[in-house]
Design a protein around this ligand. Structure first.
Ligand code: HEM
Length: 90
């Protein structure tokens, strides 16, 4: 049961900071997650979570808690894959 996953470019991603009413998107392992529905459950709190918003947070996430299974936890929050600007139209 696959939702219509989208291709997300760096310019799309950087607008999704979770501030000013936008949803917070985060790239982890090449996949793009909308982490806003997860915000209130994050054991580290919202500001910590949002450090990774609007960007590729793979490295930061791995520095903080490499043991956390984000793929399992965020499977319902998966919205697409991360692609280069020029790949979006392809
Ligand atoms: C815990 C930061 C993203 C899941 C924590 C803690 C910090 C933190 C500082 C420790 C809280 C404490 O013990 O007091 C961050 C940062 C993120 C991020 C900077 C952005 C890159 C995420 C995401 C998820 C997640 C996306 C969901 C997949 C968890 C879990 C814990 C935790 C499950 C508890 C881990 C444990 O105690 O073993 N986080 N987090 N975090 N975070 Fe994140």
């Amino acid at each position: 049961n696959a939702p219509p996953y989208i291709r997300v470019t760096p310019s799309m991603l950087k607008r999704q900071t979770g501030r000013r009413g936008t949803d917070a998107w985060m790239v982890l392992g090449g996949r793009v997650y909308n982490v806003s529905p997860y915000e209130k459950f994050h054991p580290g709190g919202v500001p910590e979570l949002l450090r990774g918003a609007g960007k590729d947070a793979t490295q930061l996430f791995g520095e903080v808690h490499p043991w956390v299974n984000f793929e399992g936890m965020l499977s319902a929050c998966l919205i697409g894959i991360y692609v280069a600007e020029e790949e979006a139209a392809a």
